[in-house]
Every structure is written in structure tokens, then in C-alpha cells.
Design a protein around this ligand. Sequence first.
Ligand SMILES: *Cc1c(COP(=O)(O)O)cnc(C)c1O
Length: 370
Amino acid sequence: MSSPHMGGTEQEFVKEAFDTNWIAPLGPNVNGFEHDLELFLGEGSHVAALSSGTAGIHLGLVLLGVQPGDEVLCQSMTFSATANPIKYLNATPIFVDSEADTWNMSPELLETAIKDRIAKGKKPKVIMPVHLYGMPAKMHEINGIAQKYGIPVLEDAAEALGSSINGKQCGTFADISVLSFNGNKIITTSGGGALVSAAANVVQDARFLATQARDEAPHYQHSRVGYNYRMSNLCAGVGRGQMQVLADRIASRRAIYNQYTDVLGSKKGISFCSEPDGYFSNRWLSTILIDSNVAGVSREDLRLALEKENIESRPLWKPMHMQPVFEGCAFYGDGTSERLFRDGLCLPSGSNLSADDMDRVMEVIHAVIK
Ligand SMILES: *Cc1c(COP(=O)(O)O)cnc(C)c1O
């Protein structure tokens, strides 16, 4: 569905790390990768390269001061890695439903949730929107509400490197933003992530906490709880090579999405998540909704037909408020994410899919959807 796609120069950076014995965590590739990301994101971004996106979300919540018992507002429709770090801190996730345009956090339901939590006696500590499948969330509206109530925003941009709203990159819309370079993302470091902020001191604190929170002293001295969350210099070498092909990867993913919409866009009961005005999605994954009442087939019919041909597809993220692990958590919703989960399918989307691969996929789709 979305496998690693090397550009060619990654091995040169990794070889250089071997030749100079920079095999330990940190080193020139980490600095170089952070610099590449800062240039790409713009807006005066500072970047700390980390061992994973999940680590970035965990550190982000720590840096925003989340304490045991605090409430954190989190998009329900997402991968569990967005919500799990709330639990690492013994804080309480409060889930917010999606809206139909971008499939991301509904600004209206966000405000409903904030008002209700305040009425119940507790102001939420952080707001966590996600840019699902590369489609930017309604960040202007969300940030407006965040400002109105004085609540910081942690942006989960794990799936959205290269996506933007009116030219401003995802990963620059919040107090703290997080990227992922896991093997299935638009570019990969084999495993890795980053914490991004326009505030240099926040990123400096992130680096400090991510390297075991060592105070300045000749001996090991600690006044805070630390983490081992930095990216290794070998992984960062892969990242530097991948940054050289990021623009190509975005173009390929968008071309794949366009192939799906060209073929399926006019079919009854089939719909896509199209870009609102000014929105640009990296189309990390191509996704469709199948309204089985109209289309006469369900998303499961299509998934099973693809599986029979050894082609991987997957239902959209199952919302967090429906997950056993988060049973009992508060949820503010109107049924949107439940409908998306019922009707939605992620299609093969990797930038390394060949024309033959796409022909095979299309053949199955044509046979199922008349
Ligand atoms: C991949 C992903 C993460 C986690 O990133 P890792 O680098 O795999 O830890 C977090 N949130 C979302 C939405 C993701 O897709």
C-alpha cells in the first residue's frame, strides 16, 4: 500500500557515516537532516530529529506541561500513535469527531467540547488535530478557537510532510508540530520522527529531554526525567537522501490519486476527499468512500476482491472512541468518523507503484465497481 522508496543517494550519506565512524546517535547527518527540514518548512522553523513520531508527540505533550489527570483534546479519527502518548502521561484523552470536508477535527465540535469541559470544571490542556492521509485539517479555524480559549495546539503532521494551506507548510501551524519518517510515510528514515517549533527554546528543550536530560556537569547530573528519543546518525543519513526526492514523491502520490479520481470520479456512490480552496494534500494515501446503498457494493467487497489478487488495501483508521483501549473516554461527535470508517478504504498509494501495478489494481476496481 505504501512501501519505502529510496532515491539513490541515501547510501552515500550512510557510507560517509561509516567512513567517519559517526555511528553513534547524533552526528553530521542529524544536523544536516534537521537543517534540510528547517529549510523545507520555512516560517523560521526549528527541528529536532527524533527516534519516532510517537516520541515527538510524547515530548510535545511533556513540553506543553501535560500532567497526570489533565485532559487533552484529540482528533478521534487517527492512528493510535496520536492518542497513546496522552496515556503515557496518565492524562485523559477527550476525543473530537471529524468534519466532512477534510475528514479531520471538526472546529465546531472542538468548541462544543471545550465549552463542555470548562462547564464540567476543567479546561483542556492541549488540542491535537491531525492531517489525515496528507489532507490538512482546518487549522485557521482550529487555531482561532485555541486562541480564544488560550489552549496550545500540538499538530500531528506525521502523514502530511509537503502538504500546505495557502502555501504554508503543515508542520508550521501550531505551538509544537510532529513529523514521522516511519517506513510507510511519504519519506522514511527507516524509523524516525521530528519535533518542530518556531520557538528555538522549545526545540532546545526537546533535544535536552530527548538525550536523557543531562544537566551541565562533568558527572551525570539530572534534575528532570529524561528520554532516549534522538535519531541516530545512520537513520538521518537516509533522511538526507530522501529529502532530495521529496518533491518527486509528492508528485507521484498526487498522480496516483488523480488516476483513481479520473477512473472513479464519475461513478455513483463513490467519493473522494477533495482539496478545499487553497489546500494542498501530499496525497500520502489515496482514499475513497463507497456508499454501498448507491454503489451496490461495499468497501469490504472491494477490499476482499483486491486481497484475492494479493493487493493490499485497508479500511480507513478506526476512530479512537471506538477502540477498546480507549473505552469510556469522553467523545464529542456527530457520526462523521463512524461513517468514514464504515465506508472508507485506503488504496495502493506507494510512489514506487509501477504502471503495471496500477493496471492490475484498476482491473480489479473495474470488475467490482460497474
Ligand atoms: C505514523 C503516525 C504516527 C506515529 O509516527 P511513528 O514515527 O510511526 O511513531 C503518529 N500519528 C499519525 C497520524 C501517524 O500516521
